[in-house]
Design a protein around this ligand. Structure first.
Ligand code: AHR
Length: 503
């Protein structure tokens, strides 16, 4: 397959916000309990945190993490998770029909996030609760001392405030499954008032208002319009969520969902622009794509089928095992986020450990990395800087969710120092290799310094506890720059990270 690509040093899309590579973790299943936290595990530290899991998390260089939910947050009392652990109440988690022991709360999570080197992005409960409890949580977390809530935090052993700058105003409030589900105008008003109170406390706080739970919701995108009309001037981001599947085992259609995501972002961008113009507003609202991942292999275990369960503690929910096809898909999705980085400033893989996650932690056993860990990691490590406006000419295909999908999917990033260009390339063709003909303009003396590749696996192959490294990236070969052109061959169904020294 013949392809042509043009990369120019001066043609940019946007500066990429580092938070494009953020994550989400919820009190759900074995994400917290049995995931990051398992007292008694051979690798657990004095606080009960698994150091094997922590190491895999640290290696991802995650900038920010959304916590504690998700659906869970909509009936969560944050005060249940503070103070001496032995006094904390055990509650019913209505979202996931489980028992919540509250052994991990804001202070434990804050400590873990600090060890992991990740900034916290906290969600408040605007389902069963409201502004009053949210503002108490803010005061407990962010005020230095001398007030009831901030002194309580100090008594709980945390002298310095967390100074959390990013706050999510509830979760998926459009979803009828949500505890405290609301109408758009009702929620929009509550979000507006909550955001105003938070910014009144600290003007540098940024807030995220809930968009639709996904682009198939019957109220999408009218929900976004109505919500934003209530709160546009007082919020900074609107959230997008989307989970992906390939139930029909149609690989090209699955990959076409990357284009579908582009349309989703474009649509919400249009709604943002519409409301901004209508209100004659001065501020910009950006997109926070704070839940995304592949989620279909184990759908039957989601909240719907646990109804018969007798409220277990940390049940093994949504423990998807990802295959090679999923890794290729995530690679393409990361490319789409980079290409849309003018609109999408924050994005969170959902979730991080055990629950639809790149990291699996076996009970009393080892932790291991799923196939999707690697494309997410490469984007996080090498996708920082400026997104380049890369032009791609390649054969295309039509599928159920999109037309004119290019078999070759490319994103390009120039690092902060202007010395390395990274090209993320996905050949989605099922049988044909892509002949590369990449023109590099403004990059005299360019030279490939690293080439990482994921290729050569059966699409359904996975890693697992017994074979944790069956699918890992390897060093690529045969791609080089000659006379200002990058040339080489990309095998069918392969993903490449090509790092070019342009200093
Ligand atoms: O990530 C799992 C769940 O998916 C989250 O709790 C919810 O926000 C979404 O529906």
């Amino acid at each position: 397959m013949k392809t042509r690509v043009a990369v120019h040093r001066d043609f940019h899309i946007s500066r990429i916000d580092d938070r494009l590579y953020s994550a989400f973790i919820e009190h759900m299943g074995r994400a917290i309990y049995g995931g990051i936290y398992e007292p008694g595990h051979p690798t657990a530290d004095a606080d009960g945190f698994r150091t094997d899991v922590l190491k895999f998390v640290q290696d991802l260089k995650i900038p920010a993490i959304r916590y504690p939910g998700g659906n869970f947050v909509s009936a969560y009392n944050w005060e249940d998770g503070i103070g001496p652990k032995e006094n904390r109440p055990v509650r019913l988690d209505l979202a996931w029909r489980s028992k919540e022991t509250n052994q991990v709360g804001i202070n434990e999570f804050g400590k873990w996030a600090e060890m992991a080197g990740i900034e916290m992005m906290l969600a408040v409960n605007l389902g069963s609760r409201g502004l009053e409890d949210a503002r108490n949580f803010l005061e407990y977390s962010n005020f230095k001392g001398g007030t009831t809530w901030s002194d309580m935090r100090r008594e709980h052993g945390v002298q310095d405030p967390y100074d959390v700058k990013m706050w999510c105003l509830g979760n998926e409030m459009d979803g009828p499954w949500q505890i405290g589900h609301k109408k758009a105008t009702e929620y929009g008003r509550l979000a507006n008032e909550t955001s105003k109170a938070f910014k009144g406390f600290d003007a540098s706080i940024e807030t995220v208002v809930c968009g639709s739970s996904n682009d198939a919701m019957p109220t999408y995108p009218e929900w976004e319009r109505q919500v934003l009309e209530e709160c546009y001037e007082n919020v900074d981001y609107i959230s997008l969520h989307k989970y992906y599947g390939n139930n029909s085992r149609d690989t090209l259609n699955f990959f076409g969902k990357i284009e579908e995501t582009g349309r989703y972002i474009q649509t919400i961008g249009g709604v943002i622009d519409y409301v901004k113009s209508k209100k004659r507003a001065k501020n910009d609202v950006h997109i926070c794509f704070d839940e995304w991942n592949v989620w279909y292999h184990i759908r039957e275990q989601d909240g719907k089928n646990v109804k018969a369960w007798d409220w277990p503690e940390a049940p093994a929910l949504l423990e998807e095992t990802y295959n090679f096809e999923d890794a290729l898909f995530v690679a393409g999705l990361m490319n789409e986020f980079i290409r849309r980085s003018d609109r999408v400033k924050i994005a969170c893989i959902a979730q991080l450990v055990n629950v639809i996650a790149p990291i699996r932690a076996e009970k009393n056993g080892p932790a291991w990395r799923q196939t999707i860990y690697y494309p997410y990691q490469f984007a996080s490590l090498y996708g920082r800087g400026t997104a380049l406006n890369v032009a791609v000419d390649a054969p295309t295909y039509d599928c159920r969710v999109a037309d004119d999908v290019k078999y070759l999917d490319v994103a390009g990033v120039l690092d902060e120092a202007g010395t390395i260009v990274t090209l993320f390339m996905l050949n989605r063709h099922l049988t044909e290799a892509a002949d590369l003909d990449v023109t590099l303009t403004g990059f005299a003396g360019a030279k490939v310094v690293e080439h990482l590749v994921m290729e050569g696996h059966d699409l359904r192959q996975t890693n697992d506890a017994a074979n944790p490294e069956r699918i890992v990236p390897t060093k690529g070969a045969g791609v080089a720059v000659e006379d200002g052109k990058l040339r080489g061959k990309l095998a069918p169904l392969s993903y490449h990270v090509i790092r070019i020294d342009v200093s």
